[in-house]
Write a protein that binds this ligand. Structure first.
Ligand code: NCD
Length: 331
């Protein structure tokens, strides 16, 4: 049930927050979040999910604030859900993409673009960029808190948060679960954040892929490495498939996509290798018959649509916290 008025909603929201705040200026990496921060974010996301989203209403608690989405790399799910999240909360959302910014054809640097955006007094900047570390660079230049919406091959923290939230919804916990990550870990920022949050929350993390898709010291991420997918899936509670990142030339690391699909695509024959109640996840976009078969996508144990849905309340929580309850920057 949606609280009857905006004032009532704020009272209930503050009850959920319970005096907690994030001890950082920007949301750039899972490394900066401790378990208490993650719990705060999940409590807020649950509250937004059962109130605003399930009641299909707007709650303009960010009215008067401006949210700048600066996406210098393609995106469907992440950009749309950040935009809708801001709009559900009443923020003025402005989208800038690489193709329509001066960075693209006129040669303006990323730092100068950031200074320009800062001069426009955004209250929060959501950044996606093809270069690893871009969000750190921008965060140092601008007054507004920056949310990293994916930087190169580095991290994608809001995706990992919504993934962990989805696992808890489906499985009731993360601690002690065996999660097998399948695919292009080398080029994947989703992996970068996912492995950090899963380790932090006590999962046993396995990875499996063709050898060329592993970083040279992959074990340093705190994962168990398997070259054989059948062994990797044995007793798994969660299978998390990653896309082969062809835009980062990942297809050059494997003989052919067809061979990759033969050896690593999650299909109905591979499902019984894992636990009976295993769930299957993927951050999207899914390449059908390469990452997951259509039968798996349509399977009741596939949580891909839940992941997309949870992107909305998760990003509402992050935007609200970033604007109101992070540390202010000192320049
Ligand atoms: C991912 C991304 O862009 O990092 N997608 C997403 O944000 N949901 C993963 C991908 O592109 O494979």
């Amino acid at each position: 049930m949606l609280p009857s008025s905006l004032d009532q909603f704020v009272i209930e929201l503050e009850k959920v927050r319970d005096g907690r705040f994030l001890q950082m200026t920007d949301i750039l990496s899972i490394d900066n979040l401790n378990l208490a921060d993650i719990e705060l974010i999940f409590d807020l996301a649950s509250f937004f999910k059962k109130t605003v989203i399930n009641c299909e209403k707007k709650m303009p608690i960010l009215k008067g604030y401006s949210q700048l989405n600066f996406f210098a790399e393609t995106s469907t799910r992440t950009r749309t859900s950040f935009e809708l999240a801001g709009k559900h909360l009443g923020a003025d959302v402005v989208n800038v993409s690489s193709s329509d910014s001066s960075m693209n054809k006129k040669g303006e640097t990323l730092n100068d673009t950031a200074r320009t955006l800062d001069a426009l007094h955004a209250d929060v900047i959501v950044l996606r960029h093809a270069s690893s570390g871009a969000s750190y660079m921008i965060a140092k230049e601008v007054h507004a808190p920056v949310i990293n919406a994916g930087d190169g091959r580095n991290e994608h923290p809001s995706q990992a948060l919504l993934d962990a939230f989805t696992i808890i919804e489906r499985k009731g916990k993360i601690k002690g679960l065996t999660v097998t990550i399948v695919g292009d870990v080398l080029h994947s920022r989703v992996f970068g954040s996912l492995v950090r949050i899963l380790n932090k929350m006590g999962a046993n993390v396995r990875v499996t892929a063709p050898e060329t898709f592993f970083h040279s010291h992959i074990e340093n991420f705190g994962v168990k490495v398997f070259y054989n997918i059948a062994e990797a899936l044995d007793q798994a509670d969660v299978i998390y498939a990653l896309r082969v990142q062809t835009e980062r030339a990942a297809n050059g690391y494997i003989p052919t996509i067809r061979e990759y699909s033969k050896n690593f695509c999650i299909n109905l024959n591979r499902l019984p290798l894992a636990k009976k109640d295993v769930i299957i996840m993927h951050p999207g976009p899914v390449i059908r018959e390469v990452d997951l078969t259509t039968e798996i996508i349509n399977h009741s144990q596939c949580a891909v649509q839940d992941q997309v849905e949870n992107g909305l309340p998760m990003r509402m929580a992050l935007l609200w916290l970033a604007i109101n309850y992070t540390k202010k920057k000192q320049f």
